[in-house]
Design a protein around this ligand. Structure first.
Ligand SMILES: Cc1ncc(COP(=O)(O)O)c(C=O)c1O
Length: 271
């Protein structure tokens, strides 16, 4: 699932194409979290997550994770010499041969981690493990809340459109039903009448939503990409990036949905 457009990838079909081409399918599953989608079940070979989002869940730590299925045959195509040929700096060790189904993980540890130093701090690791224990509870509430907020926005007269795969009129609704039977997550965009000015205004009016560029926090977050994260782009580039002047991105938290809806209702009334 993409951030933030609500696009759901047809993983199973892409996996068939990747498999034929003998290339590993790598899925960034950050937005769904392992609770909502398990891409290995649909043929992915490698999964990545920004733990900074749902896994941690509290916006208090930064980290990432790479998980391999162990099923990808690195030798088949001859396209991956760094996995299948001797590595000079490790006395001729061949990652895919020596470590078999965890060869890629070992390569990341021995090469990338060593060279780039991207080691998780013990404190952040502690926060992530704590966060993981409540992932299933948080995701259930996130999804429940998001659907209620999306339905509220969908019928509001100052809202042009809502892009949320949980809504029946979304073009990704069918894929959502196939891949995400437990819910489609809490991050989505909507279009506001009144463009840039209205976008900035709503950000300043909300009281419960925080104006933060992260996603996946327990707290609800709101962003007007055109005047913040995508501000440096030209108007045409903003539109092409899905960050036109009317676009607002929400990451719905685990507060009470009535408070969130009341907050948005109040902010929308100011436009
Ligand atoms: C889908 C997705 N993957 C990965 C990342 C990278 O996350 P981090 O900031 O933890 O490196 C982001 C950040 O927004 C994201 O949205």
């Amino acid at each position: 699932m993409s951030n933030p457009g609500g696009v759901i990838l047809d993983i199973e079909k892409i996996a068939i194409i990747a498999n034929k081409a003998k290339i590993p399918l790598i899925v960034d599953n950050t937005m769904a979290s392992p609770y909502l989608i398990q891409p290995f079940e649909w043929g992915a070979d490698i999964i990545t997550h920004s733990l900074t989002k749902f896994v941690g869940g509290h916006g208090n730590s930064m980290g990432g994770i790479v998980i391999e299925s162990g099923k990808f045959d690195w030798f088949l195509s001859g396209k991956y010499p760094s996995m299948t040929k001797p590595t000079k700096s490790y006395h001729g060790l061949i990652f895919a041969e020596t470590f078999g189904d965890f060869g890629y993980s070992m390569k990341l540890r021995a090469d990338s981690l060593r060279d780039l130093g991207s080691t998780l701090s013990p404190t952040n690791a502690f926060y992530f493990i704590n966060g993981l224990e409540t992932l299933h509870l948080r995701m259930e509430r996130h999804c429940e809340n998001a659907l209620k907020v999306a339905k509220f926005l969908e019928q509001h007269k100052k809202v042009l459109w809502v892009s949320y795969a949980g809504l029946k009129n979304s073009k990704y609704h069918t894929l959502a039903k196939k891949y995400m039977s437990k819910g489609v997550g809490p991050v989505f965009t909507f279009g506001l009448k009144g463009g840039d000015e209205a976008g900035k205004k709503i950000i300043n009016q909300v009281k419960i939503f925080s104006h933060v560029a992260n996603v996946g926090d327990t707290r609800s977050l709101i962003l007007h990409p055109a005047s913040t994260t995508h501000n440096q782009l030209s108007d045409n580039q903003k539109i092409a990036a899905g960050a036109g002047p009317e676009v607002i991105r929400l990451s719905i938290g685990i507060e009470h949905h009535k408070d969130l809806i009341a907050d948005l209702k109040y902010a929308l009334a100011s436009i």
